[in-house]
Design a protein around this ligand. Structure first.
Ligand code: ZN
Length: 331
């Protein structure tokens, strides 16, 4: 498989060196699955590690938090009995309930733990992630039994306000819908053998392949959608509802390792998507992307510019190969 990349150079008269002619470089890469392009600008600091006091924000938001133990029973909705007679799904410390905002026909929120209002990324242990993921798997499974037409499932995360999260208390979001999102459609239209070829090619090359945890393969994305993007692939199943308990544990171990890396890189906000397709889609592997978002701080620079929002092309400062070096030994 070809991993297509193109080096672009340009010249400026640089004010930082007496207006001497200076050569600048950027690299354009094509995603091997969907063809999306990305721009790699190593050495240009686009995002800065923050020193904002997240603990203080945690204390400010705690007294009115709808997901904290004192309020969660009264303030969060319940699923209709036809989907789940108990109304909410519980696993370990995790609790799942429907979303008040209908992003999808079946939209869920699952809190890692009502008792943990503040969870720095390094404290999202494999156990906490696995239990929360397990509530989402059960949600997808229950919805599938109730409505066969809602075949497009995904599990997602907005973590901390810069990622789009409106509630500080850490949580995941599930989506089960009769229609795919744009990215679910693009991935489902990709010939299934390309997924296998991509992972095999990266394993052979080695510079972005991070390893496997059980049945889950992990890579630093060749053409990332955003900063420090990691990808995971679970071959043999297409929907999160098909994840077996051991696969949930394996996937959670990798997600927890990735979040530890993000914390070490200086970040506390991230997005994640586990893209499911209909179970009947032959050969499609369940796959995940996760990336860092800027830190919480006054007048911060957003990482979503005209490039990301309107051209669907990310510009990132950490190269996938450097990311893989920083991630070594974790997967
Ligand atoms: Zn809370």
């Amino acid at each position: 498989m070809e991993l297509r990349r193109s080096l672009v150079t340009t010249q400026i008269l640089d004010p930082r060196s007496g207006f001497e002619p200076t050569e600048l470089e950027l690299e354009v890469r094509w995603d091997p699955l969907t063809g999306h392009t990305a721009r790699i600008l190593p050495g240009v600091p686009l995002l800065s590690p923050g020193d904002f006091d997240l603990r203080r924000l945690a204390e400010e938001t705690r007294p009115t938090c709808p997901f904290c133990s004192e309020r969660i029973e009264e303030t969060t909705p319940k699923l209709p009995p036809a989907i789940l007679p108990e109304g909410r799904i519980r696993r370990g410390e995790a609790v799942l309930f429907p979303n008040l905002v209908p992003y999808s026909k079946y939209s869920s929120v699952s809190v890692y733990s009502p008792a943990r209002h503040f969870l720095p990324l390094g404290e999202l242990t494999p156990r906490l992630v696995a239990d929360n993921l397990a509530t989402q798997v059960e949600f997808v499974w229950n919805v599938a039994g109730h409505d066969g037409k809602a075949a497009w499932a995904s599990v997602n995360a907005n973590h901390m306000p810069p990622s789009g999260s409106s509630v500080f208390h850490p949580h995941l979001q599930g989506s089960v819908n009769p229609l795919p999102t744009t990215f679910q459609r693009l991935l489902a239209e990709t010939p299934p053998e390309r997924f296998r070829d991509y992972v095999d090619e990266e394993r052979r090359r080695g510079s972005r392949y991070l390893g496997s945890i059980g049945s889950v393969d992990w890579l630093a994305s060749f053409a990332p959608l955003g900063p420090a993007e990691l990808r995971a692939f679970v071959f043999g199943i297409a929907s999160p509802g098909q994840l077996q308990p051991d696969q949930v544990a394996e996937l959670a171990e990798g997600i927890s390792a990735a979040l530890g890396l993000y914390e070490e890189l200086g970040f506390q906000s991230f997005n994640l998507a586990l893209y499911g397709a209909p179970q009947a889609l032959e050969g499609y592997p369940l796959n995940l992307r996760m990336l860092c978002r800027p830190n919480v701080e006054p007048f911060y620079r957003s990482d979503a510019t005209w490039l990301e929002r309107l051209h669907w092309e990310a510009a990132v400062d950490i190269s996938p190969e450097e990311l893989a070096e920083r991630a070594a030994g974790r997967f």
